[in-house]
Design a protein around this ligand. Structure first.
Ligand SMILES: NC(=O)c1ccc[n+]([C@@H]2O[C@H](COP(=O)([O-])OP(=O)(O)OC[C@H]3O[C@@H](n4cnc5c(N)ncnc54)[C@H](O)[C@@H]3O)[C@@H](O)[C@H]2O)c1
Length: 378
C-alpha cells in the first residue's frame, strides 16, 4: 500500500462552503492525509477548526507565506506534497504561483485566477515547475458526465451540431435587493471575485462541461449580461451564444437570480445520430435521445459504461453517486498523477482548462461591454 500523500489546505475553514467537499473527497480513496493548513486569515480560527476536525496543530500556520517557508525547512520526506487552494478567488493566483515556484503540486479551485493575464503567467510558472496541477471543475468527476464524454468520443452522437449548457441558481435573489447585503458578499466584489460574478462563478463550470464532454473548443462568443442595481455592476445573470465550429453552435445560460433554483446545472449535446442530456440535480441518469430508438437511460455502475465512468463508481449499481463522489474521483486522479501512476486525461481538469476558463470569462465581459459583439477566444 503506498504511503498517503501529504496534503496542505489553504482556505476551506469551518465557515466555508466548499471546504467539507474537499476534505471528504481527499479521504474517499484513502490517498491523502491533511498534514498542514491555513484554514482562515485568523490564526486562532484556523487552530480552533484544526482542533475540531482533529488535525495536529503544529503545522497550522498564520498565512500561506509562512506555510511555504516552514514546510521548505522540512526534509522532503516530511514536507507537504500538494496544497489545495480553497480561498476566495483573488488569492488563488498568488498562492498557486508561489506553491508551484517552490515545487509543490497544486489542486486549485475555480476560477483558477481572477484575470486571463494571471492565468497565462501561472501556465508559464507551471511549465517550469513540471508538477501536477488540477482545477476542481467538480462536475467532470460524476460517473455519468464521464460516460457522456466517452460516448461522444466513441462517436455515439456522430457529428455534433448543437450544444446547450445551463447553470441556474437563485441564491443571490434574497441578497441583491438589499444594499447592505449586496455590499457584503465577496462574489459581488470585483476585488475578491474578479470581473464577473455569475459567469466567473458558475458560467465557467458550464463552459468547462461543454469542452470536457465534447472534446471541442469554443472559438467565439456573444454575451449579454444582466445586473439589477447600478451600485453593483457585477453580472448576476447572463446568456452567451457560442460557436465551436462552422456548424457547431449553441448557448450557455447562467444565472444567480433564477429565483427558487438551487444548483441547476444541465448539459445537452445533440449530433446527427442522437442527443445526450445530463442534469446535476439528478446525476445518476444520463439520457440518450434518438430519432430511431426509444429513449435510453444510462446509470452508474453497469458494465455497459466506459472504463472511465466505471473507474469513478465505487459501489454496485443503484447506490447514488453524488457531488462528494465526483470530487473524490478528481482527487483520486490527482493522487495517481502525483504518484506517477497511469491515469486518463478525463480524470481531472488541468492548467489548460483553468486558462481556457479565464479566457472565456474575460471574453464574456468584453462582449457585453462592447455592446454584445462577437469576441474570439485564443
Ligand atoms: N468547484 C465547485 O463546485 C465550487 C463550489 C463552491 C465554491 N467554489 C470555489 O471555492 C472557493 C471558495 O469558495 P467558498 O464558497 O467556499 O468561499 P467561502 O467564503 O465560503 O470560504 C472561504 C474560506 O477561505 C478562508 N480564507 C479567506 N481568506 C483566507 C486567507 N487569506 N488564507 C486562508 N484562508 C482564507 C475563509 O476563512 C473561508 O474558510 C472559491 O474560489 C469558489 O469559486 C467551487
Amino acid at each position: 500500500m503506498p504511503k498517503k500523500i501529504r496534503l496542505g489546505i489553504l482556505g476551506g475553514g469551518g465557515d466555508s462552503l466548499i471546504g467539507v467537499l474537499h476534505r471528504v473527497a481527499a479521504h474517499m480513496y484513502d490517498s491523502y492525509e491533511i498534514t498542514g493548513a491555513v484554514f482562515s486569515p485568523d490564526l486562532q480560527e484556523s487552530l480552533d477548526f484544526a482542533k475540531e476536525i482533529d488535525i495536529p496543530l503544529d503545522r497550522i500556520y498564520p498565512d500561506f507565506d509562512t506555510l511555504i517557508a516552514e514546510e521548505m525547512k522540512l526534509p522532503e520526506s516530511e514536507r507537504i506534497q500538494v496544497c489545495s487552494v480553497q480561498t476566495p478567488n483573488f488569492l488563488h493566483f498568488p498562492m498557486a504561483k508561489k506553491l508551484l515556484e517552490n515545487g509543490f503540486h497544486v489542486i486549485c479551485e475555480k476560477p483558477m485566477t481572477t484575470t486571463y493575464e494571471e492565468a497565462k503567467i501561472l501556465r508559464d510558472t507551471h511549465k517550469k515547475a513540471g508538477s501536477v496541477f488540477a482545477v476542481t471543475h467538480t462536475y467532470t468527476g460524476y460517473p455519468m458526465v464521464r460516460q457522456m464524454r466517452e460516448l461522444i468520443k466513441s462517436g455515439a452522437l456522430g457529428k455534433i451540431h448543437k450544444v446547450d449548457a445551463r447553470y441556474y441558481q437563485g441564491w443571490i435573489n434574497p441578497i441583491i435587493h438589499d444594499a447592505e447585503k449586496r455590499a457584503s458578499v465577496w462574489r459581488l466584489d470585483p476585488a475578491k471575485a474578479g470581473i464577473s460574478s455569475c459567469m466567473g462563478d458558475i458560467g465557467v463550470h458550464a463552459f468547462n462541461m461543454i469542452e470536457y464532454t465534447t472534446g471541442l473548443q469554443i472559438k467565439s462568443l456573444l454575451c449579454d449580461f444582466n445586473y439589477l442595481y447600478t451600485d453593483n455592476l457585477m453580472d448576476v445573470d447572463g446568456t452567451v451564444l457560442i460557436r465551436m465550429d462552422e456548424h457547431v453552435k449553441g448557448v450557455i445560460r447562467a444565472s444567480q437570480v433564477a429565483t427558487g433554483e438551487e444548483n441547476g446545472l444541465a448539459i445537452r449535446i445533440y449530433g446527427e445520430k442522437g442527443g445526450l442530456v445530463w442534469e446535476q440535480e439528478r446525476p445518476n441518469f444520463l439520457y440518450k435521445l434518438s430519432d430511431a430508438e426509444p429513449l435510453q437511460v444510462y446509470k452508474p455502475g453497469h458494465a455497459y459504461n466506459s472504463d472511465l465512468s466505471l473507474d469513478g463508481t465505487k459501489l454496485p449499481a443503484g447506490h447514488p453517486e453524488g457531488i462528494f463522489d465526483a470530487m473524490g474521483n478528481i482527487y483520486r486522479g490527482v493522487a495517481r498523477a502525483i504518484r506517477g501512476e497511469a491515469f486518463d486525461a478525463g480524470e481531472f481538469p488541468t492548467m489548460t482548462d483553468g486558462v481556457r476558463g479565464l479566457n472565456f470569462i474575460e471574453a464574456t465581459v468584453a462582449s457585453h461591454k462592447s455592446g454584445n459583439t462577437w469576441v474570439t477566444l485564443d
